[in-house]
Design a protein around this ligand. Structure first.
Ligand code: HEC
Ligand code: HEC
Length: 277
C-alpha cells in the first residue's frame, strides 16, 4: 500500500476528531511555560488553532523536552558554545570577540527569515556572512554539524518568545512564493505540504502522529538520527517521503517556504532546541 493510500485510509477514519496524546499537556521547561497552542494568524484560512509539534509527540518524547539535562540537544548546544569562543579564519577572531554575550541574540529566531537589501536571509546566512565577511573563515555547510549546532545555540536564546516573522512590505513576494510552494502538489505521491500538515494533522501515519509541521522548535534534536536537524533538512525529508525531488538546503525555494511556514507558527513559543522522534 502506498503512503498516500495509507494516509487517505487513516484520514477517513480520523478526520472527524483531531487526536492528541493529551491536548491539555503543558510544556513547562525550567519553570517557564511555553505557548504550545495559539489562535491561528489571520492569513491562515483553513485552520483556527496552531499547535506546536510537541503536542503530537508521545509522553516519553515530550518528557525529554521538559528538562534541559534530559534534552539530548544540549550536548550539541554546549559544543556550539565552544565553537562560539574559538577563533577561526584569517582575522583570528571568534564570535565572542564581537558578540560578547550570546544572550544578546534573544529575539532573533522569532523574526527570521527576514529581508535584507532585497534578499531573504536565514539565521544560517547571517552566521555564514560573519564567517566569510568578518572572520575570513570558510562558510559552514548549510545543514552541517557545526552550523546546526550554532543555529541551535542562537535560536535557544529566544526560547519562550513568540514567533513573529514579518510577511508584508519587502517580505510579501517571498511569503507569496512560500505559500504557493506549500500548497503545490509534487512528487510521485502528488501531495502538497498542506495535504498532510493542514488537512490531516492529528492523524496517525504508520507509527507517526502527524503534526501541523510547525518550525517553532527548530533546530530540533531527532531521536531517529540522534542529531540536530535543521528546518531545511526536515523539508527535504518530507519531500523525499512523497517521492519528490527536494529543493536544496539554503535554496531560494526552501528559504521562501521557511518564511511561509514560520508565519504559520506565529504566536507559538520558540522551543529551540526541541526534541522530536
Ligand atoms: C569581527 C566581528 C564579528 C565576528 C567575529 C562575528 N560577527 Fe556576527 N556580526 C558582526 C556585525 C558587525 C554584525 C552586524 C551588526 C549586528 O547585528 O551586530 C553581525 C551580525 C550577526 C548576526 C545577525 C544579528 C542580528 O540581530 O541581526 C548573527 C546571527 C551573527 N552575527 C552571528 C555570528 C556568529 C555565530 C559568529 C561566529 C561564527 C559571528 N557572528 C562572528 C560582527 C561579527
Ligand atoms: C505524506 C505526508 C507529509 C507531507 C506531504 C509533508 N510532511 Fe512534513 N511531516 C510528515 C510527518 C509524518 C512528520 C513527522 C511527524 C510530525 O511532526 O508531523 C512531518 C514533520 C514535519 C515537520 C517537523 C515538525 C516538528 O514539530 O518537528 C515539518 C517542519 C514539516 N514536516 C514540514 C513539511 C513541509 C514544509 C512539507 C511540504 C514540503 C511537508 N512537511 C510535507 C509528513 C508529511
Amino acid at each position: 500500500m502506498t503512503l498516500k493510500a495509507l494516509m487517505l485510509g487513516c484520514a477517513a477514519a480520523a478526520m472527524a476528531t483531531v487526536a492528541f496524546a493529551d491536548e491539555d499537556a503543558v510544556l513547562s521547561i525550567e519553570g517557564e511555560t511555553m505557548v504550545t497552542q495559539a489562535a491561528a494568524p489571520a492569513h491562515m484560512e483553513n485552520v483556527d488553532t496552531v499547535y506546536s509539534g510537541w503536542t503530537f509527540r508521545t509522553p516519553e518524547t515530550q518528557a525529554l523536552q521538559l528538562d534541559d539535562f534530559d534534552n539530548p540537544a544540549f550536548v550539541f548546544v554546549d559544543q556550539a558554545l565552544e565553537l562560539y569562543e574559538t577563533a577561526d579564519g584569517t582575522a583570528g577572531k571568534s564570535c565572542m570577540d564581537c558578540h560578547a554575550n550570546v544572550a544578546d541574540f534573544a529575539g532573533l529566531k522569532t523574526s527570521l527569515p527576514r529581508v535584507e537589501d532585497g534578499e531573504l536571509v536565514t539565521m544560517t546566512n547571517l552566521v555564514n556572512e560573519c564567517r566569510t565577511e568578518r572572520m575570513g573563515a570558510e562558510p559552514w555547510k548549510y545543514s552541517g554539524g557545526q552550523m546546526s549546532a550554532m543555529t541551535a545555540l542562537l535560536a535557544h536564546q529566544s526560547r519562550g518568545m513568540p514567533m513573529n516573522v514579518s510577511i508584508d512590505g519587502d517580505a510579501a513576494p517571498f511569503w507569496e512564493k512560500g505559500k504557493e510552494l506549500y500548497y503545490t502538489r509534487v512528487g510521485q505521491l502528488d501531495m502538497s505540504c498542506s495535504n498532510c500538515h493542514e488537512d490531516n494533522y492529528g492523524v496517525m501515519i504508520r507509527a507517526d502522529h502527524l503534526s501541523q509541521g510547525q518550525i517553532n522548535g527548530f533546530p530540533t534534536y531527532r531521536l531517529k538520527n540522534a542529531k540536530i536537524n535543521t528546518t531545511h533538512g526536515r523539508f527535504k525529508g518530507c519531500m523525499k517521503n512523497i517521492r519528490a525531488t527536494p529543493f536544496k538546503e539554503g535554496s531560494p525555494e526552501f528559504k521562501a517556504l521557511e518564511l511561509y511556514v514560520a508565519s504559520r507558527s506565529t504566536g507559538l513559543s520558540v522551543e529551540s532546541p526541541s526534541v522530536r522522534n
